[in-house]
Write a protein that binds this ligand. Structure first.
Ligand code: EPU
Length: 423
């Protein structure tokens, strides 16, 4: 198992490039089931989760291959076994979004029920409710979701996707994919508006789907008879970009961030500016600079276009060093606070109260051995490690490899001192 040893404090400078979006690539890989043929993603990021998704598709009969130039090629023509096995699905929750495409293409599917994870229970009831509204018969059998489309295939229907914590991103993806090949028109109300959902819709339309209202909470999908295989470039990863911006801010540095999708990050850039960090658009990227102080702020995570839950932990690390007190409230995953105890081990002053954390700004963080619990929590620990005095060791960095491409190499190239050590 690998650990990171992080020497701090460091100052960063130079240019860092954002990779293709993980959360676009995963559902788009699922969408490639629909046309049954040779598809490609030229800029798919090199991440453990993406490789696992390729393995999932292979386990169903598809062929997956990474070209030397980085292009990920998937041939779903030979895919003939619409079964998502527990051993693969349990590693990667996004596997649930094979359910809609399998059902649409084969009329039946069997997919392991994904488990909970460190950030909460993460149920899939809304996904199933949507597919049932399209006529699917769904029941649970030994931990598997067993789904059968009605004779003649799924039927378009009006579907409301709101739940207790707002809408659902992968649920919207699942229903939208199923609806592309359904008979008639599907209207999704309370659809997730995340840029990754819009990216998937763009990919489906490139395949020949008829989706309107992209990027809005009301999607109208006219079913078509068939889709054609495509090669599709995914958008840049706004969460990786936000993490790099936070890296510049927490190390009191200036960084140029290439391929930064600023237009999809208004809530995030607004917060950076509010706490005193300068963010200036520049070509397809931006310049981010510390300008003498980090002011406190109150942050509430919300569905897009609100502040993303996937940057909550990284902002907590940053605000731990602010000149004053902040309140961070989690509205998407009320239990997504595993990083609080670890940051406190590094001399942060964080106090959890229900779905909020009171962040009392301190003058400095001090290195400590800490444990990564989930992807974004581990990113927060890497940020804190670069700012803290001494050598921080982060255990279980496999969490970070799931969602950040070579993070230590990218950060070391701009001045960080992070060693990956296999123990
Ligand atoms: N929810 C339900 N029932 C459902 C589905 C969701 O109650 O059937 C609840 C969830 O428990 C949660 C809320 O609704 O409280 C929102 O969850 P959502 O379904 O939107 O999350 P997701 O689609 O499973 C994606 C991202 C997450 C990101 C969330 C929210 C992917 C692969 N995952 O998950 O990304 O946090 O949307 O934006 O796209 C990450 O990259 O670190 C990550 C966890």
């Amino acid at each position: 198992m690998d650990i990171f040893e992080i020497d701090g404090p460091v100052e960063l400078s130079g240019t860092i490039e954002v990779a293709g979006s993980k959360n676009s690539t995963l559902p788009i890989l699922a969408a490639m089931i629909l046309p049954g043929g040779r598809c490609a993603i030229p800029n798919a990021p090199h991440l453990a989760d993406i490789e696992s998704f390729g393995t999932l598709l292979e386990s169903m009969g598809a062929e997956a291959q990474r070209e030397p130039d980085g292009t990920l090629r998937i041939d779903t023509g030979p895919l003939d076994r619409p079964v998502g096995e527990y051993d693969i699905v349990r590693k990667i929750r996004a596997s649930i979004c094979i359910l809609g495409p399998l059902l649409a293409r084969f009329g039946r599917a069997k997919v392991s029920m994904p488990g909970g994870c460190a950030i909460g229970d993460r149920p899939v009831d809304i996904h199933l409710r949507g597919l049932r509204a399209m006529g699917a018969d769904i029941h649970l059998e030994e931990g598997y979701i067993v789904a059968q489309a009605p004779a003649g295939g799924l039927r378009g229907a009006p579907i409301f996707l709101g739940g207790p914590f707002g809408t659902t991103v992968l649920g919207t993806d699942n229903i939208m994919m199923a609806a592309t090949l359904a008979r008639g028109t599907t209207v999704i109300e309370s659809a997730a508006c995340e840029p990754e959902v819009a990216d998937l819709a763009g990919c489906l339309n490139a395949m020949g789907a008829k989706i309107r209202g992209i990027g809005s909470p009301r999607l109208v999908i006219e079913g078509v008879r068939e889709l054609k295989p495509v090669s599709y470039r995914v958008i840049s990863d706004r969460i990786e970009a936000g993490t790099f911006m936070a890296a510049a801010a927490i190390t009191k540095s200036r960084l140029r961030i290439d391929r930064c999708p600023l237009n999809e990050m208004l809530a995030v850039t607004d917060r950076f500016r509010q706490i005193g960090i300068s963010v200036e658009a520049d070509g397809d990227g931006c310049e981010v600079a510390y300008a003498g102080q980090v002011r406190p702020a109150d942050i509430t995570t919300q569905p897009y276009p609100g502040f993303p839950t996937d940057l909550q932990a990284q902002f907590m690390a940053l605000l731990a060093l602010a000149e004053g007190n902040s309140v961070i409230t989690e509205k998407i995953y009320p239990d997504r606070f595993m990083h609080v105890a670890e940051l406190n081990r590094m001399a942060a002053h964080l106090r959890k109260e229900g779905p909020s954390v009171i962040v009392e700004g301190v003058d400095e963080l001090i290195a400590a051995p800490v444990m990564a619990s989930d992807l974004r929590a581990s990113a927060a620990l890497v940020l804190a490690g670069m700012a803290a005095s001494g050598t921080t060791t982060v255990q279980r960095v496999y969490h970070i490899d799931r969602g950040y491409e070579r993070i230590e190499e990218k950060l070391n190239a701009v001045g960080a001192k992070i060693r990956r050590v296999t123990v």
